[in-house]
Write a protein that binds this ligand. Structure first.
Ligand code: DGY
Length: 323
């Protein structure tokens, strides 16, 4: 029997590409160029499986060809708001993602941003490399203490919980949680956490707010000017979730007018473009979407996609089916 035809939309870690090629008739993206809408649309009619990722866009209109060959979209990544899952489902296409394998590394990056922003590490490094450091002095680059502070976590799935684990057990932080559904008491107890009824209830209480909810239309601009105003003037906002969750123009205002203490961002509304008003803000740390960027995790994500594909083509329900 012919092997299923599979398109990998970006370059992947070499060990995963090699394993993938053993089991499937794989087309790789050697030059790692993002595919355009027309190419992606053609892929749905030419391949049995398309393996997209966060840089791809699969809106409803891509699924309107009369004949689609694609049977599964096995996404490389946990977030899948870039795929119109209703449109895929209506054409009988299964969608999977890669949870679990990236929770620790994404939480590590959220901690990195929180510590860097609070302790002014980015500013310090820039000063030192620019040759502007004049030596130790009691009032130099005074930051904010993280240990023992209050952290608000919005979205208490796997990554939110990995963040709580680090913050509570490693840094003795008090944890407040906002989540769309009720979190089981034993889960909250694991992190000494308290669930609050609304984002509004949480924001005025927090020294740090870390976002771990999904992106997409439902959470677009969840953090907007009104909610930024509810934060303490000394508080920090951390976003490792999706850029669209934060209104970047409103955040830039808050940073420039110091109505919040600072922010740490790993994700942006129009990646790889950065809102120009964020660029010069000194009380902001920015990273280029590095949440899952470790060798172990990126390989783990690839093998998880391979497992989902294998299960699908064996006639089973893939373990990470989301639609
Ligand atoms: C994800 O998994 O959704 C990340 O943003 C890419 O690793």
């Amino acid at each position: 029997m012919a092997k299923p035809r599979v398109l990998v939309t970006r370059a992947w870690p070499a060990p995963v590409e090699a394993k993938m090629a053993e089991a499937f008739d794989v087309t790789l993206n050697r030059d790692d160029r993002p595919l355009g809408a027309a190419e992606m649309k053609a892929a749905l009619t030419d391949y049995d499986a398309v393996l997209p990722t966060v840089t791809d866009r699969l809106p409803a209109e891509l699924f309107d060809a009369p004949q689609l060959r694609a049977k599964i979209l096995a996404n490389y990544g946990v977030g899948f708001a870039h795929i119109d899952t209703d449109a895929a489902k209506s054409r009988g296409i299964t969608v999977t993602n890669t949870p679990d394998v990236l929770s620790d590394c994404t939480a590590d990056i959220a901690m990195t941003l929180m510590l860097m922003a609070a302790r002014r590490a980015g500013e310090g490094e820039r000063e030192l490399r620019d040759g502007r450091w004049t030596g130790w002095r009691p009032t130099h680059l005074i930051g904010t203490k993280v240990s023992g502070a209050t952290l608000g976590i919005i979205g208490f799935g796997r990554i939110g919980q990995a963040m709580a684990q680090r913050a509570h057990h490693g840094f003795g932080m008090r944890i407040l949680v906002q989540n769309r559904s009720a979190v089981a008491p034993e889960v909250l107890a694991r992190y000494g956490a308290t669930q609050v009824a609304s984002v509004e209830d949480m924001l005025p209480e927090c020294d740090f707010v870390s976002l771990h909810c999904p992106g997409g239309a439902v959470n677009r601009h969840l953090i907007n000017a009104r909610r930024l105003e509810m934060m303490k003037p000394t508080a920090f906002l951390i976003n490792t979730a999706r850029g669209e969750v934060v209104d970047e123009a409103a955040l830039a205002q808050a940073l420039w007018f110091n109505t919040i203490g600072g922010a740490g961002l790993d994700v942006f509304e129009r990646e790889p473009k950065i809102h120009p008003d964020l660029m010069g803000a000194d009380n902001l740390v920015m990273l280029p979407h590095l949440g899952s960027a470790t060798r172990q995790t990126r390989e783990g994500m690839g093998f998880r996609v391979l497992q989902n594909l294998t299960e699908y083509f064996q006639g089973k329900t893939p373990q990470d089916k989301v639609a």
